[in-house]
Every structure is written in structure tokens, then in C-alpha cells.
Design a protein around this ligand. Structure first.
Ligand code: KG4
Ligand code: ZN
Length: 361
């Protein structure tokens, strides 16, 4: 075993019982270069996000190679800025955390290699965190009172699922999409409507001026299961727009955005609500980038009020990609004795959405 790993293991074990644990966390899975400093999984001492949205806008979506190159340019200054914002030095840091997946492989590798270098240089434990678990943790930094167990509706660019979070590191799958994620669906519909990247927030904005008057031609799937399917709806909206264009009809973008958003948010809200009712669960947590959607937040709020369910909505800045959520989840991995990585750690395009304390890295 290498000298580094011996030291990292020993420090990792000691941190389980340390009173205050300060983690420097790194996130580079898509188009945000982010570094944060988080204390005890809940207090965000620094949260630096260098977004590449403007760079990718002219391509209509994230170009993986461009994303990787820009992560390389930004990552070092982001980590210096984070330490400065936290008013700390490297000697004050107890561990380094990094998103190792899911995401764009080239983009992930920038963060992973930077984190490995820092961990090796500073002789600190390296904690490999799943991006999707980070999205759940965004709620621990948003709500100091939130503790498991709870039900989580995970709606990101990469995942759409209902999860049962039994404990910080015990996450079970109730149902998930069998094809597209809801974020992909928002982005594709936005694109066909000629809206700029990222599509989701622009659909959300446009829908506010529209009416739910358009009926798309598609079959509603999975009435009786907790799984989702969005590809049929996505294709129906795309066909609707193309047909209208071919006939030279006026494209009522606002109404299309509104009608599409109503269907998607209804499907998400209804399904998770049905699960809550059937199981008698009383706590619901929203997670992931699409969790910023105003209509989804509205619908969940109304349902939860009616049904005496306590709803936790992540603060908007922690909804979309950031490193604070990664530092938060890393703390709970650490306290449960999981996630310690060695210097062979690499990025993974896909990772398991479920979690338990027997998981090996
Ligand atoms: O969670 P996230 O930042 O990335 C992944 O982990 O995949 O989610 C990004 C997704 C994009 O598809 C984006 O269009 C969508 O979240 N999104 C929204 C809104 N804000 C971001 N979708 C609908 N309404 C929004 N307000
Ligand atoms: Zn994300």
C-alpha cells in the first residue's frame, strides 16, 4: 500500500469522531466549475461557481470538449477563491471531496485529477461523491432541520426518479424514468421552440405567459407504476411544432411551453403524491436542476399543504450544479465510513443512483 493511502486511511478514520470537519469539495461534471468549503455537512463557508453557460449558448447545448478545456482554465482559481471566501488556508481543510460521476467523462476527469493532486499534496483523505447524491444533499444545506428518512423526487438533467432515503447513506429506488430524463425533455422542447440553452429555465419563463390549451398526440405511459417515460411526450411536442411549421401556421410558443410544462409537472407531482399517499410517508424532498421549475414547486406545495406532508424545496442556488452539495454529501459518506478513494480514482459517466454503506468504490 502506498504511503499516501496509509495516511489518508488513518486520517479518514479519525475524522469520523472529529467534532468539526471541514471539507473542500470540487464539482466539474457538466458545465459549471465549482469549488466549495463545507463544515459538518451543513454550513457552507464558501460556494464558488464559474458557469460556462454563455460559452455553450452559441452551440445550443454543452459541447463536452469545450467544457473540459474551460474547467481546466477555471478550476485552480476557483479553489483559491473558495479558500479566500471561507477565510481559511489549506492547513484548515480536513478532506477533499470530488464528484466522480455521473457526468461528461472529460469534464469529470478535470475535477477528479485536480482533487487527487490536492489530496496527495496536502496528505488528506479523498472522498469520491456521486453527483446525484449531492443533489439530495443540497437540501441538507438548505434546511438545517431536515434529516432522513424521507421521500425524494429527483429531477435533474441526468436522472428522474422517486427515491426512498432511509438514512444519509441508505438510498433505495422506488421508480425511475425508463428513457429520457425530465431535464433532457425540457431542453429538447426548448430547442425546437428556438429558445436558448439551458432550455428548462426558458420554458419555465415562457410558460408564464401561455395557456394550457394544446393537446399533444401521445400515449400517457405507466399509469400504475412509479416509473416515468418522457420520450413519447418529447417526440409529440417536436412533431407538433414541425407539423405547424410545415403548414405555415403560427407557432404559439408560450402556449406550447405552458401545455408541455403542465403535462410534465402533473406527471411528476401526481406520481410522487400517489407514492406518499400509498405509503403514508410524511416528508417530501425535491432535488435536481428541474427542481428549480416554478410550476413543479407550486404543485408540490399545494399537494403537501392539503395532505399534511412536510415539503422541503432546495434553495435555488443549490438546485442546479454546485460543489457545496458535494461537500455536504461527502461529510455523510465520511461519517458512515464510505467513499474513501485512492489515487486510481477516475471519472465515471454513469453511477448507481442507490446507495448503502456496503457499497465499495
Ligand atoms: O441537476 P442539473 O443541474 O444537472 C444534472 O445533474 O443533470 O439539471 C440541469 C437540468 C437542465 O436540463 C435544465 O434545463 C433544467 O435542469 N432546469 C430546469 C429549470 N432550471 C434548470 N428545468 C425546468 N425549469 C427550470 N426552472
Ligand atoms: Zn446536476
Amino acid at each position: 500500500m502506498s504511503r499516501y493511502l496509509d495516511i489518508a486511511k488513518e486520517k479518514f478514520e479519525k475524522l469520523k469522531d472529529k467534532k468539526d470537519v471541514i471539507i473542500l469539495s470540487i464539482e466539474s461534471s457538466c458545465d459549471e466549475t465549482a469549488v466549495a468549503v463545507v463544515k459538518n455537512g451543513r454550513d457552507v463557508l464558501a460556494n464558488v461557481v464559474a458557469t460556462q453557460i454563455e460559452i455553450h449558448k452559441r452551440f445550443g447545448g454543452v459541447v463536452p470538449e469545450v467544457a473540459s478545456r474551460n474547467h481546466i482554465l477555471a478550476i485552480s482559481s476557483c479553489s483559491q477563491e473558495a479558500l479566500k471566501e471561507a477565510n481559511l488556508e489549506t492547513k484548515d481543510i480536513d478532506a477533499i471531496a470530488v464528484t466522480y460521476g455521473a457526468g461528461l467523462i472529460g469534464a469529470l476527469l478535470v475535477g477528479v485529477n485536480f482533487a487527487k493532486t490536492l489530496a496527495y499534496m496536502l496528505e488528506l483523505p479523498l472522498i469520491a461523491v456521486s453527483h446525484v447524491h449531492g443533489h439530495i444533499s443540497a437540501n441538507y444545506i438548505s434546511h438545517k432541520d431536515l434529516t432522513p428518512p424521507f421521500v425524494c423526487l429527483m429531477v435533474s438533467g441526468g436522472h428522474t426518479a422517486i427515491l426512498k432515503v432511509e438514512d444519509y447513506c441508505q438510498i433505495d429506488l422506488v421508480g425511475s424514468t425508463v428513457d429520457d430524463s425530465v431535464g433532457e425533455c425540457f431542453d429538447k422542447v426548448a430547442r425546437v421552440l428556438g429558445l436558448s440553452y439551458p432550455g428548462g429555465p426558458n420554458i419555465d419563463k415562457l410558460a408564464k405567459n401561455g395557456k394550457n390549451v394544446i393537446k399533444f398526440n401521445y400515449h400517457e405511459p405507466f399509469r400504475d407504476s412509479y416509473n416515468f417515460s418522457f420520450s413519447g411526450l418529447k417526440t409529440a411536442v417536436v412533431n407538433f411544432v414541425h407539423n405547424a411549421e410545415q403548414k405555415g401556421e403560427i407557432i404559439e410558443k408560450e402556449n406550447i411551453a405552458c401545455s408541455f410544462q403542465e403535462i410534465v409537472t402533473q406527471e411528476l407531482a401526481e406520481k410522487v403524491m400517489r407514492y406518499l399517499k400509498e405509503t403514508g410517508e410524511k416528508k417530501l424532498v425535491l432535488a435536481g436542476g428541474v427542481g428549480a421549475n416554478s410550476r413543479l414547486r407550486e404543485k408540490l406545495t399545494t399537494f403537501c399543504e392539503k395532505n399534511d406532508v412536510k415539503l422541503y424545496l432546495p434553495i435555488l442556488k443549490y438546485c442546479t450544479d454546485n460543489a457545496a452539495m458535494i461537500g455536504s454529501m461527502a461529510f455523510y459518506y465520511l461519517k458512515n465510513g464510505i467513499g474513501l478513494a485512492d489515487l486510481s480514482l477516475t471519472g465515471k459517466p454513469n453511477v448507481d443512483i442507490t446507495l448503502n454503506t456496503k457499497k465499495s468504490w
